[in-house]
Design a binder for this molecule. Structure first.
Ligand SMILES: [Zn+2]
Length: 88
């Protein structure tokens, strides 16, 4: 069974807000687990990123989009539970 995720399992962005509809695998197929910002051509765009760095990056992005701080905090709190970070 193919699972598709509602949110990118790396940064938490809603997949439907990804203008490319998801990352791409090495074979050119769409990756349904990670967005195009996090995953491209079969690999993570920032493979050495830690979960804390991701939290900061997402928080800054949300601020850029005009999200209030408390919402950004709520959003980033869930990042460690995403598939990419869960087993670390
Ligand atoms: Zn992402």
């Amino acid at each position: 069974m193919k699972t598709s995720y509602k949110n990118c399992q790396s940064c938490g962005m809603p997949m439907k807000r990804d203008e490319k509809g998801g990352g791409t695998n090495a074979d050119g197929n769409k990756n349904k687990m990670y967005c195009s910002h996090c995953y491209d051509n079969g690999k993570f765009t920032s493979p050495d990123m830690t979960v804390d760095q991701m939290k900061i990056r997402v928080k800054e992005k949300l601020k850029e989009f005009g999200f209030p701080g408390f919402l950004a905090g709520f959003f980033t709190k869930n990042i460690p539970n995403l598939e990419r970070w869960k087993n670390k």
